[in-house]
Write a protein that binds this ligand. Structure first.
Ligand code: AMP
Length: 221
């Protein structure tokens, strides 16, 4: 059976970094709604034009737009080998829509990894975050700096700061997380799918914790 993972957690909890690790380690498709939407904005597609103002303000893009987008992605052949959803679902409406989609494609969610973290640490992680424009590797100027400031260790690409990684936008994003995303996590708790991870630990420790969780699920298959 394929391994289908949902990773949840507020902005700055390490979702993107851990997702990159998991998808490489297990060879499954990485579907990040944030990345897909940012690419759409950069390419000025219809979706991008619609999504831009929401992203800039840190507001959630409407459910019907995101649900349709993810349905198309999840129906693709590549997802049959397993997938990781990073940033989706983010609302109860999206969790219910995803449930319908996974029933249709006969590929249910195996586990929901939920990253929990203290607010003060989140703010440091977000404001220090830098991302490689070329390969997507994620750094933090305080916790996980590149060897040469502004340059990616892996590919030499230029590092940038996301335009929504500002204190103002972060407040809106955290607000949306508490109001909209916690109910989606509770939905999965009711279905006994959630494993909590203490995201305040180091990236290496969390990678180990996630590995042992996923190995367990592999064994059960
Ligand atoms: P992220 O990279 O996951 O932090 O997402 C960046 C931004 O993309 C969010 O602040 C939202 O504006 C938008 N976004 C990402 N995923 C979703 C989603 N599942 N539903 C609605 N908006 C989303």
């Amino acid at each position: 059976m394929s391994m289908n993972i949902v990773i949840m957690g507020p902005a700055g909890s390490g979702k993107g970094t851990l997702s990159n690790f998991i998808t490489k380690e297990y060879g499954i498709v990485h579907l990040s709604t944030g990345d897909i939407l940012r690419e759409a904005v950069a390419s000025k597609s219809e979706l991008g034009k619609l999504a831009q103002s929401y992203l800039d303000a840190g507001n959630l893009v409407p459910n019907n737009v995101v649900n349709k987008l993810m349905k198309e992605k999840l129906e693709s052949e590549a997802c049959k080998k397993g997938y990781l959803l990073d940033g989706f679902p983010r609302t109860l409406n999206q969790a219910e829509a995803l449930n319908k989609i996974t029933e249709e494609i006969k590929s249910p969610i195996t586990v929901v990894i939920n990253l929990t973290i203290d607010l003060n640490l989140l703010i440091k992680r977000i404001t220090g975050r830098r991302i490689c424009r070329n390969c997507g590797e994620i750094y933090n100027i305080e916790f996980n700096p590149s060897q040469v400031a502004g340059v990616c260790d892996r590919c030499g690409g230029k590092l940038y700061q996301r335009s929504d990684d500002t204190a103002e936008s972060l407040e809106t994003r955290l607000d949306a997380y508490h109001k909209e995303t916690i109910p989606a996590i509770d939905y999965y708790r009711d279905h006994d799918l959630v494993v909590d991870i203490d995201a305040a630990k180091s990236i290496a420790e969390n990678m180990e914790a996630i590995k042992s969780i996923l190995e367990k699920y592999n064994d059960h298959d």
